[in-house]
Design a protein around this ligand. Structure first.
Ligand code: FES
Ligand SMILES: [Fe+2]
Length: 437
């Protein structure tokens, strides 16, 4: 596939007024998905300012374990130091700027730059500058170490970085969305997840803002998968999905927590299927014990919710993390019309291997490289991108359910599962950031 770009010599450069006018009540201009100059502004005003998800601490359990990820355009290394602290370091040699780490993940004692051989410790400090006698004054190892990402913080092992040295705290930024991250972690009887299930990546020719958080499409786009769940009501996903969640108006919601954090809320729907899910779990070794431990720890009401939901928070935290089914997903924008999605299946700590294996198989069935659902999504995102480049009548509709959305008791804006509360929530915050110089 080729990639598409609508920018041509006669298209005016985007300014604040233009961006302001491109997201209106119930509609958005398709150029916000196709214009490379708007994309560059997104890198500057969104990915360089907000809290961007980098990785989970459990991905780097041992001293020297590292992952390389990006915040906007900036390559960063998430690494566990000798003091067991997980740090975020900018992947840029302090000599003349080469990346010092070229692999996605691994374990190392030091980072050695391939260009002139400068060596950095796991905490970033300069260990050796390959010929120190050439400097009149000795280089300060701290001063000349790998630069820490200006701000780094974590919530329940989820590590976020911000390239802006000032701004609101991670707690304030996540707001009500943090309680939804809990839904994944608390599915484990110890309250911990382990993101060591490997990663798989997919790249498609479409804009990063199109990924996920749409409760209106599954019954059409994923009709074959929804039908398959219904045919196997006692096993796996069929136990909780026997009735399509996307037609259960009473049990499902879309939510907007502010800051662009949005959720497809299946809690009411899943809890109705508690009995069939626990019936299924009891047939898996360790399932009975799990159910008992969850009840002992959380009490009847919360345990029923956590078991039914099975960790599927179905949450998107803006701009780049989604917790969907059994995976952490990182959305990496490459250009206006190209996006990489990295998916990491997680294990629940404290449950049997058989239970985790079952969770992995379910995950793969929809999201895996040969899964039944993800390829539908990648394909439709590319079709959307190809449609969006049309300059005639360029407005897209995001008005579904606008008249019936309400503010819920938890402060979130709430609508039906097929309503475009989530799209509006994302673009409202997008516009706020993009119009702030
Ligand atoms: S650029 Fe890294 S040692 Fe020279
Ligand atoms: Fe989908």
């Amino acid at each position: 596939m080729h990639s598409y770009n609508t920018v041509s010599w006669h298209t005016p450069a985007p300014d604040v007024g233009m961006i302001e006018s491109m997201v209106q009540p119930g509609r958005a201009h398709s150029r916000i998905y196709t214009d490379e100059r708007i994309f560059q502004l997104e890198i500057d005003r969104i990915f360089s300012r907000t809290w961007v998800y980098v990785g989970h601490e459990s991905e780097v359990p041992n001293v020297g374990d590292f992952k390389t990820r990006v915040i906007g355009r900036t390559s960063v290394i998430m690494v566990r130091g000798k003091d067991a602290v997980v740090r975020l370091l900018v992947n840029r040699c302090r000599h003349r700027g080469s990346q010092v780490c070229e692999t996605d993940s691994g374990n190392t004692k030091v980072f050695r730059c391939a260009y002139h051989g400068w060596i950095f410790h796991l905490d970033g400090e300069l260990a050796d500058c390959n010929g120190p006698e050439a400097y009149e004054e000795a280089l300060d190892p701290k001063e000349m170490g790998l630069t820490p990402v200006p701000r780094a913080d974590r919530y329940r092992g989820f590590v976020f970085g911000s390239l802006a040295s000032d701004g609101e705290s991670l707690t304030d930024y996540l707001g009500g969305a943090a309680r939804m991250i809990d839904l994944l972690c608390d599915a484990s009887p110890t309250g911990a997840i382990i993101a060591d299930g490997g990663t798989h990546k997919t790249v498609f020719n479409a804009n990063w803002k199109l990924v996920g958080m749409d409760g209106y499409h599954p019954n059409t786009l994923h009709a074959s998968v929804v039908a398959a769940w219904g045919r196997n009501p006692d096993g796996g996903l069929g136990a909780t999905h026997r009735e399509s969640p996307f037609v259960d108006e009473a049990g499902t919601r879309t939510r907007d927590f502010g800051h662009g954090h949005v959720m497809l809320d299946f809690r009411g729907h899943r809890i109705k299927h508690y009995d069939s899910l626990t019936g299924f779990l009891r047939r898996i070794p360790g399932g009975e014990k799990y159910i008992a431990e969850m009840h002992a720890k959380h009490g009847e009401e919360r345990a029923r919710l956590l078991i039914s939901l099975a960790g599927d928070a179905h949450l998107g935290t803006f701009p780049n993390m989604q917790l969907i089914h059994n995976q952490i997903r990182i959305i990496t924008p490459i250009s206006a019309s190209k996006t990489e999605v990295t998916m990491m299946a997680v294990r629940l700590d404290g449950v049997s291997d058989e239970m985790n294996a079952e969770r992995f198989r379910q995950q793969e069935s929809f999201y895996g490289p040969a899964g039944a659902g993800s390829p539908d999504d990648s394909e439709i995102f590319e079709r959307v991108q190809r449609g969006m480049v049309a300059e005639v009548n360029p407005w897209i509709q995001i008005s579904r359910g606008m008249g019936r959305q309400k503010v819920d008791t938890d402060g979130s804006i709430v609508g039906l599962i097929t309503d475009e509360v989530t799209q509006r929530g994302i673009l409202r915050y997008w516009k706020q950031l993009m119009t702030t110089p």
